[in-house]
Design a protein around this ligand. Structure first.
Ligand code: PMP
Length: 387
C-alpha cells in the first residue's frame, strides 16, 4: 500500500540507520561512564548529536535534554514547570487542539490543583490570539501552544505568542513535534522557553525525543524538576542510561532535516500536496479543513460530505495508509477533538482523511491516490455526484 501518513511516523532514513549501527555492538559504552574509552566514545557521540539537534533549531547544545519521545518531553515540560513554579501560581493556558500528551497531562494536573484555560481555535483552526490576551492573570505560570497542529497542519503564530508571554513574564512552551524539519525554527529569533520534539517524525528512530530549555545569561529560565528520577543524567532533569544509538540517530536526522529545508525538498512535497488537494477540492461535497494560508507544506485534511465515512475509510485503507479521526489514536473510534473543536459534526469528522506526504512520496503515488479516492467515493456515495 501507499504510505501517506508521515505525520503518524516516518521511515528511518538509511543514512540515519547507518549512523546508529556502530553504537549497538561496537561503540556500546555507557555515555555516563566516561573514564574508560568505551564510555568516552559514547559520550562524544551523544554530545555530537546534541550539537546537531541544537543547531537545527538555533539553540545551544547545553539547552537540549534527551528523552524517550515528545510524549515524555511534554510531560517533563508541563509537570516540571508546574512543580518548579508552585509559589508563583497554578494557572496554565493552552489550546484545546493540543496533542493528547499535553491535554492529558494538564488534565492530571487539574486534579493536583492546577487551573487550566483552554483556548478554542477559530473555525479555520487558527489560534485566537485575542483570547490569549484576555486569559492572562498574575497567577499564570505557563502558556503552552503547539507550533503546528498534527491533524490540520495549521501553523500557530508562535512569534506573537512568545512575545506576549515574554512581555508578561510567563514561560512559553511549544510542542514542535510536527514542525521540526518541515518549517524553519530559529530559537534565536523567537523567545520560546521550552520546545519539545521527537525523532521518529523526522526520519529518525522511534522512542527518542528531546526538550529544549532556554538558557539566559548562562542560567536556565526554569529548573525543571525531573519526572524520571535516578542518577544525574541530562543535567539532573532526566534519570536513566542514555539511548546512545537512538540519540545518535536523532542528531543525524535533525542534520538531514535541516538540509532538506534548504534544498527544495519541502517545496516539491508541497506541490504534490497541492495537486492532491486541488484535484479533490474541485469535486462536489469536498471540504478542506484548516486555514490554508499558514499550514505545513505536506499536510491536507479533507472531509467528504454525505458519504459513509467508515465504509470510505475501510475501503481506502486496503491500498493507502492515511489517518482519520484522532490520528494518534486511530484505534479509538471517537471523533477527533481537533475536528470537533473546529465545528465538524461527528459524522463529517468520521468521513475526514488526513493525508500527510513525505520525502518518499512520488508523483505516481499521488495520481494513484487521486484515482483510488474517486473510485471509492463512487462506491460509497453512489447517489451523489462527486464528479
Ligand atoms: N505531539 C505531537 C503534536 C505529535 O504529533 C506527537 C506524535 N503523534 C506527539 C506529541 C508524541 O510524540 P511521541 O510519539 O514521540 O511520543
Amino acid at each position: 500500500p501507499i504510505y501517506l501518513d508521515y505525520n503518524a511516523t516516518t521511515p528511518c532514513d538509511e543514512a540515519v540507520l547507518e549512523a546508529m549501527l556502530p553504537y549497538f555492538c561496537t561503540t556500546f559504552g555507557n555515555a555516563a561512564s566516561m573514564f574508560g574509552l568505551h564510555g568516552w566514545n559514547a559520550y562524544q557521540a551523544v554530545e555530537q548529536a546534541r550539537a546537531q539537534l541544537a543547531h537545527s533549531i538555533g539553540g545551544q547544545p547545553k539547552e537540549i535534554v534527551f528523552t524517550s519521545g515528545a510524549t515524555e518531553s511534554n510531560n517533563l515540560g508541563i509537570r516540571g514547570v508546574f512543580r518548579a513554579c508552585k509559589n508563583k501560581g497554578k494557572h496554565i493556558i493552552t489550546s484545546s487542539i493540543e496533542h493528547p500528551s499535553i491535554l492529558m497531562t494538564l488534565k492530571d494536573l487539574e486534579c493536583k490543583g492546577a487551573r487550566i484555560s483552554y483556548i478554542d481555535p477559530l473555525p479555520d483552526g487558527s489560534f485566537d490570539i485575542e483570547r490569549l490576551k484576555e486569559l492572562i492573570t498574575n497567577e499564570t505560570i505557563l502558556i503552552t501552544v503547539m507550533y503546528a497542529n498534527n491533524e490540520l497542519g495549521t501553523i500557530n503564530p508562535i512569534h506573537e505568542i512568545a512575545a506576549i508571554a515574554q512581555k508578561n513574564d510567563i514561560l512559553f512552551m511549544s510542542d514542535a513535534t510536527q514542525a521540526l524539519g518541515k518549517i524553519h525554527i530559529d530559537l534565536q529569533q523567537c523567545p520560546i522557553d521550552i520546545l519539545t520534539c521527537s525523532a521518529h517524525k523526522i526520519y529518525g528512530p522511534k522512542g527518542v525525543g528531546a526538550l529544549y530549555l532556554r538558557n539566559q545569561q548562562g542560567k536556565r529560565v526554569v529548573d525543571l524538576l525531573p519526572q524520571i528520577t535516578g542518577g544525574g543524567s541530562e543535567q539532573g532533569m532526566r534519570g536513566g542510561t542514555l539511548n546512545v544509538p537512538g540519540i545518535v540517530g536523532f542528531g543525524k536526522a535533525a542534520e538531514i532535516a535541516c538540509l532538506a529545508l534548504k534544498n527544495g525538498e519541502l517545496e516539491r512535497i508541497a506541490q504534490q500536496r497541492n495537486k492532491l488537494e486541488q484535484e479533490l477540492s474541485i469535486l462536489n461535497n469536498v471540504q478542506i479543513n484548516g486555514c490554508t494560508d499558514s499550514r505545513l507544506p505536506h499536510v491536507s485534511n479533507i472531509s467528504f460530505k454525505n458519504t459513509d465515512g467508515k465504509k470510505l475509510l475501510s475501503m481506502l485503507k486496503k491500498s493507502i495508509s492515511v489517518s482519520t479521526g484522532s490520528a494518534c489514536s486511530s484505534s479509538s473510534l471517537s471523533p477527533s477533538h481537533v475536528l470537533a473543536a473546529i465545528g465538524l459534526p461527528d459524522d463529517l469528522a468520521q468521513a475526514t482523511i488526513r493525508f500527510s506526504l513525505g520525502k518518499k512520496t512520488t508523483d505516481q503515488e499521488i495520481d494513484f491516490t487521486l484515482a483510488e479516492v474517486k473510485r471509492v467515493l463512487r462506491m460509497t456515495a453512489p447517489h451523489l455526484s462527486y464528479e
